[in-house]
Design a protein around this ligand. Structure first.
Ligand code: ADP
Ligand code: MG
Length: 341
């Protein structure tokens, strides 16, 4: 079994209309024809992919997400997460469940869901003994408490994370719904989105203060009639994660409750950074040593444990604003992301 690396993409969003009106200057540029990003005039960062303000949702999906979906249908776990400060484009990039929006605007979630069903159909066409099933769960981590976004009647019930004997992460009591079409799945996501915790901060009215994790479980079972019989079953998970804003608390004028939220959020993001760094280090040369991976430090890393590292495929999309107003936060994000590779 080969160990997979963390693939890192950076996406620089366009200046927003109000930023143009307020004469924000662009201070982040993608070096044409490369996967490098220049901050200001002298800081260069390298990634696996770099998308500029004119890159489409489809481009992002085709170049770095589609291969992950494919490997997931082949039985590997995978995680995509969007990292970045509030207002940098994480939710835009991830998308999901904005029914009625034009296809071009659909984000990673919309395209992943469609691709999963397409690939499963294709697989079935080539093998009549194949049974496939897609299950979905959708949870939110808010102040280190895990809640079910599909449990409309009982949103305050706290969920707990366990690991089974094979090292799979199990969320005890989480609602999993079997879905049979793209439309059905996306409308479930839309309902879940309505339950997300949002709160106004000085930076973005609807900034998200929580991490959300959408999980697609793909089960494939084959009842082969050939000789020798080719019975097998596989189950894999594809996780799509919208992380809370990475900004430091001081910057946003946060106080009281919101400051406490920020502390929890930073614990999670710090732990995630440490896990990714440990995974990257263990792959760089010291593959014979068993590097300690600090999964247990936060709920987000415990939850993602079985789909980060090992044979799982991981994609981080680091989102940044081009505006010179956020240069300090953008520098943090670019440093975090370039260290993850
Ligand atoms: P975050 O989830 O990181 O807080 P959002 O996804 O809400 O940020 O994006 C902030 C604003 O920027 C939204 O109005 C969104 O529509 C816009 N935006 C983000 N990325 C892009 C993009 N690539 N192209 C056009 N608009 C974008
Ligand atoms: Mg958001």
């Amino acid at each position: 079994m080969t160990e997979e690396c963390v693939c890192v993409a950076v996406r620089v969003r366009p200046l927003l209309a109000r930023e143009v009106l307020n004469r924000h200057q662009v201070c982040v540029r993608v070096v044409p024809g490369s996967a490098q990003v220049m901050l200001g005039s002298d800081r260069l960062f390298s990634f696996d992919h770099a998308f500029g303000p004119t890159s489409s949702q489809d481009e992002v999906f085709e170049s770095c997400v589609q291969p992950l979906v494919e490997s997931c249908v082949q039985g590997f776990n995978a995680t995509v997460f969007c990292y970045g400060q509030t207002g940098s484009g994480k939710t835009f990039t991830l998308g999901g469940g904005q029914q009625g929006e034009p296809y071009e605007d659909g984000g990673i979630v919309d395209r992943v869901v469609q691709e999963v069903f397409r690939l499963l159909q294709e697989k079935k066409k080539n093998n009549e003994g194949l049974d496939t099933r897609v299950r979905v769960s959708y949870v939110e981590l808010y102040r280190e408490e895990l809640r079910d976004l599909l449990e409309l009647q009982n949103i305050h019930k706290e969920l707990h994370i366990r690991e089974d004997e094979r090292g799979n992460t199990v969320v005890v009591g989480v609602k999993e719904m079997v879905v049979t079409s793209t439309e059905e799945l996306l409308s479930i996501v839309e309902t879940g989105n309505a339950l997300r915790h949002t709160g106004p901060t000085a930076m973005n009215e609807h900034s998200s203060r929580s991490h959300t994790i959408l999980t697609l479980h793909i089960d494939i079972c084959c009842r082969g009639s050939s000789t020798p019989p080719t019975n097998y079953s596989q189950s894999s998970k594809l996780r799509l994660v919208d992380l809370a804003g990475s900004e430091r608390s001081g910057k946003t004028g946060n106080t009281g409750t919101r400051l406490k939220e920020t502390a929890h959020i930073n614990t999670g993001l710090l732990a995630l950074g440490n896990v990714i760094r440990a995974l990257t280090d263990s792959r760089r040369g010291n593959s014979c040593t068993n590097t300690y991976i600090p999964y247990r430090d936060a709920k987000i890393t415990r939850l993602l444990r079985d789909s980060l590292g090992g044979t799982a495929h991981t994609l981080m999309v680091a989102c940044v604003s081009p505006s010179h107003h956020y240069v300090a936060e953008t520098l943090n994000v670019l440093q975090f992301a370039s260290k993850a590779r």
